[in-house]
Every structure is written in C-alpha cells, then in structure tokens.
Ligand binder design. Structure first.
Ligand SMILES: Cc1cc2nc3c(=O)[nH]c(=O)nc-3n(C[C@H](O)[C@H](O)[C@H](O)COP(=O)(O)OP(=O)(O)OC[C@H]3O[C@@H](n4cnc5c(N)ncnc54)[C@H](O)[C@@H]3O)c2cc1C
Length: 473
C-alpha cells in the first residue's frame, strides 16, 4: 500500500459523486468519512431524482403500452391506479438501494456521519449531527459533493402545497385532475409524463420556442408528436406572469405572442425551471475555494479547487448536472489525491431524457458544430427502416451519427426512440475509443435489435445502408 493509506479524507455529500468518491478512497486504503444528512448514502439521485423518477416512468411506459396494445388486438381495459401502493413500491426501490449503499459503506469501513458539515478552516469541518450534537473533525483532504437543489424564481414562489418542486412531485401525494408544468426541460417533461399516464391533464409552459432547449431539433421532433398527444397542451414562447392561490386551485396568468387563454386555473403547478448548485456551504469563506458567477465551485481538471486541500465534484462543480458525470468526477478526484496522473477530460458524457420516446445524445451535437463553425458530416438512419422498431410498433425513432469528414471519426451520436437511453452507451464507447465510421459499420450487431440502427447509420455515411435505398445521382 502507498502512503495514501495514511490520508484522512472527508467527503461532504453522499450523492452519486460523494459515495463513488468515498468508496474508491476506501478501496485505495484511505481513511474516509462520508457526511450527509440522510440516513444512508444516495443523495438527490437516489432519494429524489434519477431513481424515483425512473421507477414511476417505468409504470407510465407500461400504461402507455397497455393502451397501445388495442392496436394489436389486445385490450386490457382502463388501468386502476392505487396511488398509495405505487408510492410504496417507489419508496421501497429507494429504500433498498440506499440501504444497500449503507451496507457497502460499512463493508468498506467508511465512517458514515449523518449530519451537515460547515468549514472551520480548510481542513477542519464542524459537523452538526442529524440526531443532535456537534463534532469537529480534521482531515488531510476534503471533497465537496454537495450537489444541487431546485432553482426558485420569486414570481413562481407560493407558499402552498399546490405548487410543487420536483421533490414534492415525486412524493406523489395524489394525482391532481390538472397540472401545469412550468419549464420544458427534461425534469418537467419526465414528471409531466408520469402524471399524464396516471390520468392527470398536464399542460407545459416553456418560455423558449421549443421543448428541451439546446437539444438537436430533429431528436425532439418525434417526442413533440407523441407528447403532444399525451399532454393536454404545450405552450411555447410563453412565460408565467403571475400565480395566485385561490384555495381551490392556482390561477396562472400567461404572457407571450401565442397565448390564446391568458388565465387558467390548475389544481397543481410543478415548477421545474432548472437547478442551482449547493455552493453556499457555511464557513466556505474561511477557505480559498472560489465560487464562480453561476454559483458553481471552480475546479481544475483534477477537480481541485483554489484551496489545495479541497476538491469539488458533481453538480456543485459545474455542468452537466448528471449523476454519471458526478461519480466519474468523484473517482478522478480521489485518484488525483492518491497521486495518480489523472484528469477529468471525457470526450463524451451521455445525456438521456427518459420520456417516451427517449432522447439520448453524446459527444458533439449538430448545434454545437454549427456554433463552432465546425465542418461535420451527419448520417441518419430512420427507425421506419428498422425491423426491430417495426416489431415494437415504434418506428418514429431515429439514430444519427456525426462524423469528422476528413478522418471519418465518430464525433457525436444522437438517438430518439424507445430505449435510446440504453443504446447511447455504444455511441459513448465509439467516441471514447476513437472509432471510425468503418469500425461501427463493420461491427456485427445482433438482429433484430435497435442497436442495428447505430451500425446502419454508419453504413448511411458511406451511402451503402442495407435497409435504405438511395438512388445514385
Ligand atoms: C427529478 C430529477 C431527476 C433526475 N434524473 C436524472 C437522471 O435520470 N440521470 C442523471 O444522470 N441525473 C438525473 N438527475 C440529476 C442527478 O440527480 C444529479 O446530477 C446528481 O444527483 C448529482 O450528484 P451529486 O453527487 O453532485 O450530488 P447530489 O446527488 O445532489 O447529493 C448531494 C448531497 O449532499 C448533501 N449536502 C449538501 N450540503 C451538505 C452539507 N453542508 N453537509 C453534508 N451534506 C450536504 C445533500 O443533502 C445531498 O444528499 C435528476 C435530478 C432530479 C431532481
């Protein structure tokens, strides 16, 4: 064992960044304390983010498929939804996963401290324990993994149970008759999908001209079509000017050039307008840590802050705010502390929107290429030509690969369609391995699967896709 085994490390925040960092540090022989207010590790991702939302989205998908089955000659009838059992199942998933992380912490001899940390100085934390009491703990290095919370806009802040953030929406206290989702980003659309599947009339309001701002439009198009049928209404180019609790509902006034109905009352409102980093850590001013203009903690490629003893990872250290980015950063920070020559420099971080259809992308997007004035070649394979998509009755999807025209190297991958979130991993591997169009086209994919659409997109690049005929010019 190297001398790192003598290092005492604190990880503040036990989300996917924090627990990944703590576990690797323990595996490398360091003495680790993991500090978080919850009973077990898990953070936002497990308690009120990725995991509960995906459990509920699984149920939403099942309901959607059971309704579509009518087209195939199979009728299940209207679903009977027992909200309390659904809630209990979702909570059980969370409990099992977070409990499992608690066991893994013990097995690794990570000292799990249930409480909130504040800085006394660069290497000493004052921990206020959840069950009472305070303790000062000193370390050689501290990793900040305090994550993020829902962003709040004053005009959208009402002190009523009818106005929810994503955490409250995931609690699933009830299924309201009508719900307004403010914000057409991925969290709003995912939670809107859940509530709509459970029988609620969902409207979405987005101030920009399209849903999922910043995402390639041809990936969003098939989602627009399907979600347009699932949701009651989608208001684009529209802002919420005011909200008023009228006791029996929330009266919302809309503002924008396309608004037809300027006022409407909703049973509940979900405010989902982005997330803000939890960088307001008490006592941080006693250290040399620098917080940037958008409230992210500033770090270098080793995730080290301006204070040599302090590292920061995950949502608090910058975009994209995704669990897998957090955990990889956590592992990089620990390796850097261990003295390994490492840097966090991924070529591709996948992003997945778990709507129906799913949207996933990684590496360079067409929008980014345009912004960078970068020459690219795009090859698209429509799922209407995929045998597997046909057997699933889900031909609205599309797989596209973005290539460097000279080297023919894969620079980016975008997929829209059922299961896109699973398929995108192949794109990430192709980019990280520096795969060329030929590598992807010559890799034998199993038939009939949706994964063939990745291979066939590469064939499209050469104009020789088996399942698409393009007359020679
Ligand atoms: C509804 C929803 C759905 C999402 N779905 C996905 C998804 O599908 N895929 C995906 O990749 N990402 C998803 N995310 C984002 C994902 O949850 C975050 O990117 C991820 O949790 C960030 O991990 P983290 O380790 O940086 O911090 P977090 O998971 O935010 O955890 C930070 C922890 O630090 C604790 N903490 C804060 N301050 C202190 C302190 N002073 N002392 C001690 N502890 C402290 C917090 O209580 C928290 O437990 C979703 C988020 C939401 C809200």
């Amino acid at each position: 064992m190297t001398e790192t085994s003598n290092l005492r490390i604190a990880v503040v925040g036990a989300g996917p960044g924090g627990y990944a960092a703590a576990f690797l540090a323990a595996d490398l022989g360091m003495k680790v304390a993991l500090i978080d207010p919850e009973l077990n590790p898990g953070g936002v991702c497990l308690y009120r983010g990725c995991i509960p939302s995906k459990a509920l989205l699984h149920v939403a998908k099942l309901i959607g498929e059971s309704q579509q089955a009518k087209d195939w000659g199979v009728e299940f009838g209207e679903p009977k939804i027992d909200v309390s059992r659904l809630r209990a199942w979702k909570e059980d998933v969370v409990k099992k996963l977070t409990g499992g992380l608690g066991v893994l912490s013990k097995q690794r001899k990570v000292q799990y401290v249930q409480g909130r940390a504040a800085f006394e100085n660069s290497t000493t934390l004052r921990v206020t324990k959840t069950n009472g009491g305070e303790e000062n703990l000193s370390f050689d290095r501290i990793i900040l993994a305090t994550g993020s919370g829902p962003a709040i806009i004053p005009v959208l802040k009402l002190d009523t149970l009818r106005v929810m953030d994503s955490t409250v929406a995931l609690d699933l206290a009830e299924v309201p008759k009508t719900l307004l989702v403010i914000g057409g980003g991925y969290i709003g659309l995912e939670l809107g999908t859940v509530y709509a599947a459970l029988g609620c009339k969902v409207s979405v309001v987005e101030m920009l001209p399209g849903l999922l701002p910043g995402t390639d439009r041809d990936l969003v198009l098939p989602l627009n079509k399907r979600i347009g049928k699932l949701f009651d209404s989608i208001l684009l180019n529209t802002t919420v000017a005011s909200m008023k609790d009228e006791g029996s509902g929330i009266r919302v006034t809309f503002h924008g050039p396309e608004v037809k109905e300027h006022e409407k009352v909703f049973d509940k409102v979900l405010v989902s307008v982005g997330r803000k980093p939890n960088s307001e850590i008490p006592g941080l001013e006693k250290t040399q840590v620098r917080v940037g203009s958008r409230r992210f903690i500033q770090v270098n490629k080793q995730l080290q802050t301006d204070d040599p003893a302090i590292y920061a990872i995950g949502d608090v250290a910058g975009e994209p705010l995704l669990a897998h980015k957090a955990s990889h950063e956590g592992r990089t920070a620990v390796e850097a502390i261990a003295g390994h020559k490492v840097a966090f420099e991924p070529n591709a971080i996948p992003a997945v929107v778990f709507t129906d259809p799913e949207i996933a992308w990684c590496g360079l997007t067409e929008i980014e290429a345009q912004q960078q004035n970068r020459e690219i070649k795009v090859a698209k394979f429509p799922w209407a030509a995929s045998g597997r998509a046909m057997t699933l009755d889900r031909t609205e999807g599309m797989t596209k690969l973005i290539f460097d025209p000279q080297s023919e190297r894969v620079l980016g991958v975008g997929i829209v369609g059922t299961g896109a979130g699973e398929l995108i991993a192949e794109g990430v591997l192709a980019i990280e391995m520096g795969a060329l169009a030929k590598d992807v086209a010559l890799t034998i994919h199993p038939h009939p699967t949706l994964s063939e659409t990745v291979m066939e997109s590469a064939e499209v690049f050469f104009g020789t896709s088996t399942d698409i005929y393009r007359p020679k010019r």
